[in-house]
Design a protein around this ligand. Structure first.
Ligand SMILES: [Zn+2]
Ligand SMILES: [Zn+2]
Length: 350
């Protein structure tokens, strides 16, 4: 196998931004720098970088008013580096904000790889960070919640596109179910600035303003999130951090990276948008922030009047306008039909 292929995303990001020069930290002026920020032109030593990241997250939490007194927050901890950093920073913040309670949740999609257990490794990474802050940990599986694992859904052909799309829909639903069961008032995910800027641009390229408004409503833009029962609002504390900053923070805080990658191929549209943004960011400074600011301003202007969310006929969870069934129900029902069809055909055969 090609060596570069075997590098996972976090390590590649980390190596890209490591400061190999012998310059001093721009903040404290005494330690040698380990990170160079090409947007601000500042160099950071390890301890100044760790505080910089922490302060940046705290600023985003305040700016978007993510937590309120008495909140019980589900931390979506998959074990990937973004989620590990989310749990670490929230764990540190939780020591100061005694009035917010955190509980870690890992969703097991049932992916088992011959090269090593993808989920077992991720579970250990998730557990290690949650233990560090004595945050309770719960695991929910697709099999228990939806009757099948992700590979089983894909083998049954519930969706012709990428497994990531199915997985995304089911994971969101699984987190909602978990949050309700745990009596949580918010769900915090580890989406970073790169993810969020890609999503904004993808919605623009698809001309899908409704999707942008719905996602904004889920994050509480435009007042009341939704009248649909059981909906738990989302917060994204890392949304103003670059993926490379998260990778560096994880490394400096001593967290390991996942070595076994998800065996399913990735979302090709998102990959194309990621590449386009990487190119644009070399010509337009701060293009990711500009996209996020644009989305914030747009959602503030549109207000809550446009945030229509309707309830799924089958499960009552929120679904897109014009859809009777939510996507999660659609996949589950297709899987059941397909299975019954297979059994029926088997029984009818001579
Ligand atoms: Zn320093
Ligand atoms: Zn449904």
């Amino acid at each position: 196998m090609d060596l570069t292929e075997s590098f996972n995303c976090g390590l590649r990001q980390l190596i890209m931004c490591m400061d190999y020069s012998v310059n001093l930290c721009s903040v404290c002026g005494s330690n040698s720098s380990v990170y160079f920020d090409d947007v601000s032109g500042l160099r950071y030593c390890s301890s100044c970088f760790v505080s910089y990241v922490y302060r940046k997250v705290v600023r985003a939490v305040r700016q978007y008013k993510m937590f309120e007194r008495g909140d019980r927050v589900v931390l979506a901890v998959s074990g990937g580096k973004d989620s590990v950093v989310l749990a670490d920073v929230m764990g540190r913040l939780g020591r100061r904000l005694r009035w917010v309670e955190f509980v870690g949740v890992t969703i097991d999609e049932g992916i088992r790889t011959p090269a090593g257990d993808y989920r077992a490794e991720a579970l250990n990474l998730a557990r290690s960070v949650l233990d560090r802050y004595s945050i309770p940990h719960r695991v929910y599986t697709y099999k228990e919640l939806f009757g099948a694992t992700l590979p089983e859904f894909m083998r049954a052909g519930v969706y012709a596109g990428s497994a990531c799309s199915v997985c995304g829909v089911l994971r969101r639903r699984a987190l909602n179910i978990a949050a309700r069961e745990l009596g949580a008032t918010k769900i915090a995910t580890g989406h970073n600035k790169d993810d969020e800027a890609q999503t904004v641009l993808m919605n623009v390229l698809r001309g899908d303003l409704e999707r942008m408004v719905r996602a904004g409503a889920a994050e509480g833009f435009g007042g009341a999130t939704s009248s649909v029962g059981g909906f738990v609002p989302r917060v994204k504390p890392l949304k103003r951090l670059y993926e490379r900053e998260i990778a560096m923070y994880a490394y400096l805080r001593g967290y390991g990276f996942q070595s076994v990658e998800c065996p399913f191929s990735r979302d090709t549209v998102r990959d194309a948008v990621r590449e386009a943004l990487d190119i644009l960011s070399t010509r337009i400074s701060g293009v990711h922030d500009a996209l996020l600011n644009f989305e914030d301003k747009l959602l503030e202007r549109l207000g809550s009047s446009t945030a229509h969310v309707r309830a799924c006929r089958n499960c009552g969870e929120p679904t897109s306008p014009g859809r009777e069934l939510c996507k999660a129900c659609e996949y589950v029902l297709k899987y059941v039909e397909k299975k019954e069809g297979d059994v029926g055909a088997g029984a009818g055969a001579p």
